[in-house]
Design a protein around this ligand. Structure first.
Ligand code: COA
Length: 333
């Protein structure tokens, strides 16, 4: 939908957090039949960050990321009306991680809820948060995406576990009197018919017949890599072309395409099909792997803090993931 409401929305600050723990391809070589060369060639990943489960979790990483964004915005948690926390690795289904993050930060009694859209989670949450501020219902909304994928992959499964890492990224959205600021176009899509390509079963009955010979344990991510690869390459192109058509913008008008980091080959394929220049597509998958809902927010924060995206510019955020879901968000910063 295009924007036509009374208020604009500015990104008042951005933040991120990653654990100190680094899991390199060389470390994986010691525990499974793989190689740095195979992983780097097939995915572009060299290392990823992982939590220390004894001391870190989704709530602590999310708290650090939101605090980092609040610091950047020169705000406090009490300034937030609402926090939306996108994740598929919440500590519990009740309470939400968002409630505990706000308690940690002292942002009581602001609204807080978790949102589940897998790797599309940050872009979904950003779109929801922006619409709530633009409508005038809320003045200041925190949006965060955080996943600790290292806790839900089976390191006996070399085709899934090598891809994922842990990270969080956040932004603070604030009402602005200039209605031209904020999201120019957003799209959120899902096709639940494809759920069996990427899912996290908790009980035996959730494993579909087509996957019964898959040896991955319950509580760990199952993935049909080839299916997801095809889906991602197609949707990546579709979502960018749709957003450009709907906004009437050209590739030259967008300063950065902030893309979910799933596999460098998926990003390269989409870049080639649409003709996106290298310097407009940020890549950090080599250092962080795929951090699911953490990925797009982490990229945004690194671009923002390094001055590669600035106020006055237009950016497009794009993601796809389990569900299957896919989403875009075009911004006038
Ligand atoms: N190290 C070494 N060999 C591996 C391996 C690893 N970590 N993982 C798989 N292999 C092997 C397979 O066993 C297979 O061997 P075989 O030919 O003897 O049977 C071979 O490599 C090819 O496997 P395949 O699954 O066809 O590889 P691929 O080229 O499709 O790459 C992925 C696998 C997972 C990297 C790729 O499918 C992918 O990135 N998919 C998208 C995943 C994704 O982005 N998920 C998140 C979406 S948000």
């Amino acid at each position: 939908m295009t924007a036509s409401a009374p208020f604009g929305v500015r990104i008042a600050g951005s933040g991120s957090a990653v654990p100190d723990g680094v899991l390199r391809n060389a470390d994986l070589e010691k525990v499974m039949d793989t190689s740095d060369e195979w992983i780097a060639q097939r995915t572009g990943i060299r290392e990823r960050r992982v939590v220390d489960p004894a001391n870190e979790d989704n709530v602590s990483l999310g708290t650090a990321s939101v605090q980092n964004a609040l610091d950047d915005a020169q705000m406090q948690a009490a300034d937030l009306d609402l926090l939306i926390h996108a994740t598929v690795t919440a500590e519990m289904t009740c309470p939400s991680n968002a409630c505990r993050i706000m308690a940690n930060l002292g942002g009581i009694p602001s609204g807080a809820f978790d949102l589940v859209a897998a790797c599309s989670g940050f872009v979904y949450a950003l779109n929801v948060g922006e619409a709530l501020v633009r409508s005038g219902r809320y003045r200041t909304v925190g949006v965060t995406g955080c996943d600790i994928m290292s806790t839900v992959v089976d390191y006996d499964d070399r085709s899934v576990s090598i891809l994922f890492g842990d990270a969080a990224g956040s932004v603070i959205l604030q009402r602005d009197e200039n209605p031209k600021l904020g999201c120019l176009y957003q799209a959120m899509h899902a096709d639940g018919r494809g759920w069996e390509s990427l899912y996290l079963p908790r009980r035996d009955r959730e494993v579909p017949a087509s996957d019964l010979d898959n040896p991955i344990k319950l509580g760990n991510l199952r993935m049909n890599g080839r299916e997801v690869y095809k889906f991602a390459v197609n949707k990546f192109r579709e979502v960018i072309e749709d957003a450009l058509t709907q906004t009437g913008l050209a590739v030259e008008d967008i300063s950065q395409f902030v893309c979910h980091q799933s596999n460098v080959r998926i990003i390269q394929a989409a870049k080639e099909r649409i003709g996106l220049p290298d310097d407009k597509v940020y890549i950090n998958i080599d250092k962080f792997g795929n951090s699911s809902a953490g990925s797009v927010g982490l990229c945004f924060d690194q671009l923002w803090k390094s001055g590669r995206i600035n106020r006055g510019e237009k950016v497009m955020l794009i993601a796809f993931g389990g569900g299957l879901t896919w989403a875009s968000s075009v911004w006038q910063l």
